[in-house]
Design a binder for this molecule. Structure first.
Ligand code: SF4
Ligand code: SF4
Length: 129
């Protein structure tokens, strides 16, 4: 899988054995839009208020998915360790759908390489760190 303007491609087959590195580990924000809040609430059969209370945290003027601790890992609240995958896969936020093609990683390729075993760097180009 490729995306124009990125120095790497992505092999989604790597997800089968990865164990969800991008949904666990270090603490971070997964921002959700109002449309995504509505879609996930509907999927979970919760009111928007119930959903916000249980699963969202306010970060500045935005909403992010909460985290839950598993040993030393800050798991996304929707990461399911039984299936080693996303518990709301069909309605996961755009931030998750677009990983690993985030503009941030264009200048932090080493960080991405450590996190995601599905990254294949283009041979002809130098890595941007
Ligand atoms: S870190 Fe990469 S390989 Fe692992 S689950 Fe996420 S996208 Fe898949
Ligand atoms: S919503 Fe799903 S894909 Fe996104 S970080 Fe959470 S568990 Fe991972």
């Amino acid at each position: 899988m490729n995306e124009q303007g990125y120095n790497y491609s992505f092999n989604p087959n790597a997800c089968d054995s990865c164990g969800g590195n991008c949904c666990t580990g270090e603490s971070g924000n997964i921002f959700v839009s109002l449309e995504e809040i509505q879609a996930i609430s509907k999927h979970l059969k919760l009111s928007i208020d119930e959903f916000k209370k249980s699963y969202l945290t306010k970060v500045g003027y935005k909403f992010s998915l909460k985290e839950k601790m598993f040993e030393e890992s800050h798991d996304c609240t929707f990461f399911d360790r039984k299936i080693q995958g996303c518990g709301i896969y069909l309605v996961r936020p755009i931030q998750c759908r677009t990983f690993p093609f985030w503009p941030y990683f264009k200048s932090h390729e080493d960080e991405l390489e450590k996190e995601c075993p599905g990254i294949i760097f283009n041979e002809s180009k130098e890595k941007n760190v």
